[in-house]
Design a protein around this ligand. Structure first.
Ligand code: B16
Ligand code: MG
Length: 219
């Protein structure tokens, strides 16, 4: 049986923490007199904490000192951590465990590929940590999505060629990163937002075992 490398983004793919990032950024932006829209929020998905704050400041035409920047980043993370404090298995998105279990049964290597520095904490909270052969998160990379670094490291750890890797992503930046790495990109979310992906599904309930098997057998 051939092996492919299956790489999962975390926020918005495995768990719906995207809503907590949104709430925390909204609160922070409001505190400095900046507002942003839902569509601007799409541009924050998959993007590192530093890059996200830079974008919000640019939207609000704000310049601040490095010290203030660091304070705001810490504040955002504090709020975010308080939102995720009570997370448990109930917050795993539909059919994610089913998909992971199927791939494990089929002996396919699986990695996390997330921009979040909180990824390991979250995976442990929702009890999925042990399902992954490799974990690459915001602590392991120096370049944020859409740079493909996070997925390149995942492929290396799984010992799978780039073109044999399949990435599940909910963000535009992440889909672009997967495409740049010449991996198969599977968008999880809205068609009009993720149109650059090779395949798009609303969520994992739309992904059949036949489809996963076709990916495994793909030449
Ligand atoms: P943190 P993903 C990303 O995770 C989020 O989508 C993005 O909104 C967030 O800013 C980024 O992680 C950094 O997260 O502040 O926890 O380090 O979607 O790549 O799993
Ligand atoms: Mg995401």
């Amino acid at each position: 049986m051939s092996k492919k490398g299956f790489i999962f983004d975390l926020d918005g793919v495995i768990v719906d923490t995207a809503k907590y990032h949104f709430l925390a950024w909204k609160k922070l932006a409001k505190s400095i007199g900046v507002d942003f829209t839902e569509s601007q929020n799409e541009q924050l998905k998959g993007v590192s904490r530093v890059k996200s704050l830079e974008k919000i400041l640019a939207w609000g035409n704000k310049t601040i000192s490095q010290e203030e920047f660091n304070t705001l980043m810490a504040k955002k993370n504090e709020d975010y951590l308080s939102f995720i404090a009570t997370m448990n298995e109930d917050e795993i998105l539909p059919d994610v465990p089913k998909t992971l279990n199927y791939l494990i049964e089929e002996k396919q290597p699986i990695s996390l590929g997330s921009a979040s520095k909180n990824a390991r904490t979250i995976l442990k909270k929702v009890n999925l940590y042990k399902k992954f052969d490799a974990i690459v998160d915001g602590n392991d990379v120096s370049k944020a999505k859409p740079d493909p670094e996070v997925f390149l490291i995942a492929a290396k750890l799984l010992e799978i060629k780039l073109e044999d890797c399949i990435v599940f992503e909910d963000s535009v930046a992440g889909v672009q990163a997967a495409n740049t790495a010449k991996m198969v990109s599977i968008g999880i979310g809205e068609k009009n937002v993720l149109h650059e992906a090779d395949y798009i599904f609303k969520d994992f309930t739309e992904i059949s075992e036949e489809f996963l098997m076709d990916l495994i057998k793909r030449k």
